[in-house]
Design a protein around this ligand. Structure first.
Ligand SMILES: Cc1cc2nc3c(=O)[nH]c(=O)nc-3n(C[C@H](O)[C@H](O)[C@H](O)COP(=O)(O)OP(=O)(O)OC[C@H]3O[C@@H](n4cnc5c(N)ncnc54)[C@H](O)[C@@H]3O)c2cc1C
Length: 397
């Protein structure tokens, strides 16, 4: 049997590890280079809709993740001040019946652990930690990834190194993100600190003029994940690790319903992230080097699809490399298969910022008419059906 070529992956986040797993399962030799000295994710949640879980189940890790995650029974919309509630859609058994796969709300470290263990089961030394990528070069015979200490060579390189991607900068220069005027608060809350009426397996989206809040259970239901987005222009650091204070977060949601206030008061550590906007890229492959996930299509988190798209990318990239012997052809096929979908996701996420923060939500009467229109069954289907029905295992590559 001829051995498949060696593929280098920069970054061991959700996208990089999914790509590595999918490639290893198709017989490629894979090495992943991660700058962090240990594999750890920020203590935050991530929603995984059926389209992402379809890929994770195809890779054989769906049931393992299910044991750690929560399976949301549905999603609801609530009004910022009165708490009035509208059902958005059913998930749980409905997601399985309709799309074939569940909708999970997961704790990011759990997802990363499951992915890393699965990669190591395929190749025990595939993940190299403390290995920061600093540059690259390529010619017709291969690609060299330059690391802070040393270098690695392979047939192809996948830049899965996130929103500040070094690989993207090496190919296309530095990008110029535009601050959206929105910052996102995030944190988790021990579920035991919340009243029983809030301890439900439901994803909730509070909407209000100039801000919104999303919360859902994670880690087997013992923590609530909180994300609060607010229009504010005095903070512009795009980082998973910048801390704020409970008082500052409370101030941003003054006048909001007591359920929101209660969550904020009980957040262990509130982190804040300035949301930057970037236009979809026209191209992200050059020769033997391509990108995936946030490295090529970072989006505002308002469709909850960034990580899921990185998972889809990883799966389809492996399919393309397995299907086409010529690496450059394979990478172009992968990019073509992903461009329109990820572009639509980036634009749809930005649209949701305007939708969730609409001034019409200021008063009860205006809000009712606005929600009836924007969250009608037809409008909701239009926004989500194309995302959830996508099948990574069959789409044409
Ligand atoms: C507040 C918030 C909430 C979100 N909620 C959701 C959600 O519910 N559902 C969803 O699908 N998405 C969500 N997202 C989006 C999601 O988090 C990202 O899209 C996803 O993490 C992208 O994965 P990635 O693997 O491309 O990048 P990352 O997760 O950023 O991973 C990149 C990896 O590369 C490493 N790295 C970086 N530079 C180098 C280098 N030079 N050398 C080596 N390694 C390097 C990093 O250390 C990291 O491990 C949310 C985002 C935010 C900000």
């Amino acid at each position: 049997m001829t051995r498949k070529p060696r593929i280098l992956v920069a970054g061991a986040g959700i996208g990089g590890l999914t790509a590595a797993l999918a490639l290893l399962k198709r017989g490629f030799d894979v090495d992943v280079y991660e700058q962090a000295s240990e594999l750890k994710e920020v203590g935050a949640g991530v929603q995984l809709s059926a389209n992402g879980n379809r890929a994770l189940y195809a890779l054989g890790i769906g049931d393992e993740l299910k044991r750690l995650a929560c399976e949301a029974s549905g999603k609801e919309v609530r009004l910022w001040n009165t708490g009035q509630t509208w059902k958005l859609f059913d998930l749980g058994a409905v997601s399985v019946a309709r799309y074939g796969y569940p909708y999970f709300t997961a704790y990011r470290p759990d997802l990363l652990d499951v992915l890393a263990q699965a990669v190591r089961r395929e190749k025990s030394d595939a993940i190299h930690l403390g290995a920061r990528c600093v540059g690259l070069s390529q010619d017709s015979s291969g690609v060299t990834l330059r690391l802070e200490r040393g270098a690695a060579t392979g047939a192809a390189l996948v830049g899965a190194d996130g929103v500040h991607s070094t690989v993207r900068q090496a190919l296309f220069g530095t990008d110029a993100p535009r601050f959206t005027g929105i910052i996102a608060w995030r944190g988790t809350i021990p579920m035991s600190r919340l009243p029983e009426c809030m301890q439900r397996l439901v994803g909730t989206n509070w909407i209000g003029p100039g801000a919104h809040v999303v919360h859902y259970p994670v880690h087997g239901g013992d923590r609530m994940n909180f994300v609060g987005a607010v229009e504010r222009s005095d903070w512009q650091v795009e980082s998973w690790s910048a801390r704020g204070t409970v008082a500052e977060c409370e101030n941003d949601f003054r006048g909001w319903h007591e359920d929101v206030q209660r969550m904020i008061r009980n957040i262990d550590t509130p982190f804040k992230w300035a949301l930057m906007g970037r236009a979809p890229m026209e191209q992200w492959t050059v020769g033997r080097v391509s990108l995936l996930g946030d490295a090529c299509h970072p989006a505002l988190p308002f469709l909850a699809q960034g990580a899921v798209m990185a998972i889809e990318d990883g799966y389809i990239l492996a399919r393309a490399l397995a299907e086409y012997d010529d690496v450059e052809t394979a990478l172009n096929r992968y990019e073509n298969a992903r461009k329109e979908r990820t572009r639509r996701m980036v634009l749809g996420s930005a649209e949701n910022a305007r939708r969730f923060h609409n001034p019409a939500l200021a008063d009860r009467v205006g809000a009712q008419a606005y929600v009836d229109r924007e969250w009608s069954e037809a409008r909701v289907q239009e926004r989500y059906e194309w995302l959830f029905t996508y099948d990574v295992t069959t789409i044409l590559v």
